[in-house]
Design a protein around this ligand. Structure first.
Ligand code: UTP
Length: 476
């Protein structure tokens, strides 16, 4: 039997007693559902969240003294910053073989821009095979497990909104070919959504507070809170390879990057990142910067326009290092972020439209303009908390084909194009004749599974056709 009086007291102390306004009208099952939901919310934290983010509406802005972050160049012989890629590869491979690396994919997002009804990981990602995004990433893990003869656990973070559907997908798809015990699922947390004028938590329904997933940064909290981190420790895992679900070209386990993160003197082994040079000054990506001796990502919306456009004497953009949300993260670092009283990352506020019920009349409200503040943590906010953090340059065509929008930039169409461009380059390096149009674009659709080749050097001429026909759809 829930202790209603105690719950009411706690809500009153947090100025949120209205959440129980309709409790007497509810049938017992719905009343219990409301109590269970409210008990799971950190009610005592609400006043400070309201104070800090709803009433105060903090402006986020780049620090005044930002510089471009130092980046390890893609070509390790680049005289601007030569580095020992061979030694990094060997160090990374040794860690993978020793079972000290886990893959981690955040898949709790709502995919609202794509407009896909279901977990984004179930969306067709392969340019030719149209295999689901979950399978695209799983195939990389299968290839790495075979190559390094290692068990590589895969943590998949869901949200309460897609957890059940995600588990059903994996059940129905034989865990994408991975041993069931090596796929670890857990759900990220949620935060209450607030009325932007009053700071009251909105009621989605009479028996439900409005909540939203706590952002990809919530993954660093959920890894700990769910027990997944402890499970990884038991398995001997020391570093986690963080990827997002929406990039079918991502190198889920990359020995060179792992070695750079753990072995290079410039890294503290806490959190490292990959970047690609920005496509153009106005591209909507976060940019790696440095200030006060710390590396950080500055969101495109927080970057002063003149800095976004500033160029070096050679004409290249000065702030050129676009984040692709690929990180290596030390397990000990995540433990440290969770060791204090509250979670270490700040929240970002977004004003959104949230359908709700009127707290006085109980009538449904469908807002025409934003009425709510949603809070989210961003994973890259952990980077400035590192003692030293490295950034590795990579190539867009090799590793970055995100599916974010239904059309236009970062859409299924552009992802197919990048996947094809990469496959075409690899095939041509193997002596294969690939048809190209007048603009030099491949005149075909191509896809190479990581199980065939993880990178260009793996592709063997004897495994490839000699010629690709114009307009062909070829998967290898
Ligand atoms: P995005 O920021 O692209 O958001 O997430 P999204 O939810 O996929 O799509 P939109 O913005 O609603 O259109 C980048 C990555 O972070 C994960 C997503 O699943 C994706 O892999 N993510 C995002 C979470 O896991 N949880 C969140 O709360 C937000």
């Amino acid at each position: 039997m829930p202790d209603t009086d105690r719950l009411r007291q706690r809500l009153r102390a947090a100025e949120q007693e209205h959440l129980l306004r309709f409790v007497d009208e509810l049938d017992p099952a719905l009343r219990d559902a409301l109590f269970a939901q409210l008990e799971a919310i950190d009610i005592e934290a609400i006043p400070s969240l309201v104070q800090r983010y709803v009433r105060a509406a903090p402006e986020s802005a780049a620090p005044a003294d930002i510089e471009p972050a130092p980046c390890h160049p893609r070509d390790p012989a680049d005289p601007r910053m030569p580095w020992d890629a061979g030694a990094c590869r060997r160090a990374g491979e040794a860690l993978i073989r020793a079972g000290k690396i886990a893959a981690f994919t955040v898949a709790g997002g709502q995919g609202s821009r794509l407009g896909y009804d279901g977990p984004k990981g179930c969306y067709p990602g392969g340019a030719v095979t149209e295999k689901p995004l979950f399978q695209c990433l799983a195939d990389w893990i299968i290839a790495a497990r075979e190559r390094y003869d290692a068990a590589i656990p895969w943590c998949v973070m869901t949200s309460p909104l897609n957890h059940k559907a995600t588990l059903e997908f994996f059940e129905a798809h034989d865990y994408c070919g991975l041993p069931r015990e090596d796929v670890i699922f857990f759900s990220q947390g949620v935060l209450p959504s607030f009325d932007m004028h009053t700071g009251k938590v909105l009621l989605a329904q009479k028996h439900e507070a409005a909540t939203n997933p706590d952002g990809h940064g919530g993954s660093l909290l959920a890894l700990h809170a769910s027990g997944a981190l402890r499970e990884l420790a038991t398995r001997g895992v020391e570093h986690i390879s963080y990827t997002q679900i929406d990039n079918p070209l991502v190198r889920v386990i990359d020995p060179v990057f792992i070695g750079l993160h753990t072995y290079d003197a410039a890294s503290s082994g806490e959190m490292s990142s990959k970047m690609v040079p920005k496509a153009h000054a106005g591209e909507k990506v976060g940019v790696f910067c440095a200030a006060g001796g710390r590396v950080m990502v500055v969101e495109y919306s927080d970057m002063p326009e003149e800095l976004s456009r500033a160029t070096n004497p050679d004409g290249a953009l000065r702030f050129n290092a676009g984040s692709i949300a690929v990180h290596m993260i030390g397990r000990a670092f995540i433990e440290r972020l969770n060791a204090g009283k509250g979670f270490a990352l700040p929240y970002h506020r977004a004003e959104k439209k949230v359908a709700c019920v009127d707290p006085e009349s109980g009538r449904p409200v469908v807002p025409a303009a934003p009425n709510a503040v949603k809070l989210e943590a961003f994973v890259f906010d952990a980077i400035p908390l590192c003692e030293r953090s490295v950034v590795l340059e990579t190539s867009r065509i090799e590793e970055f084909a995100p599916i974010k929008n239904a059309e236009g930039a970062d859409s299924p169409e552009t992802s197919r194009r990048v996947q094809t461009q990469r496959a075409a380059a690899w095939l041509e390096a193997c002596g294969v004749d690939v048809p190209r149009d007048a603009d030099g674009e491949p005149d075909c659709t191509l896809e190479i599974s990581p199980r065939t080749a993880m990178w260009a050097e793996d592709l063997r001429a004897e495994k490839t056709p000699r010629t690709i026909e114009r307009g062909a759809r070829t998967a290898l």
